[in-house]
Design a protein around this ligand. Sequence first.
Ligand SMILES: [Zn+2]
Ligand SMILES: [Zn+2]
Length: 85
Amino acid sequence: MTKNCKKCGKEFLIAKQEALFYEKKSLPEPFECPECRRNRRSGMRNVRKLYPRRCDKCGIELQSSYPEGVSFAVYCEKCYFEEVS
Ligand SMILES: [Zn+2]
Ligand SMILES: [Zn+2]
């Protein structure tokens, strides 16, 4: 069965098992396409992808929008402020 997303208007498919699942749990069927649901769940629209990587200075683990291997150094917050001050 297909539905139209209430948010972006795109048509999306609800699999039979999925529909049964909602029925069994007496949950309302989704009214948003999977993409919009995912966006809503993450709480943000246009989320930038974050890569787990390490600070190029102290080696602490951090989340950056730049993956490891980019041509410039990526610092953690602490090192960044040390660097700019
Ligand atoms: Zn949508
Ligand atoms: Zn650091």
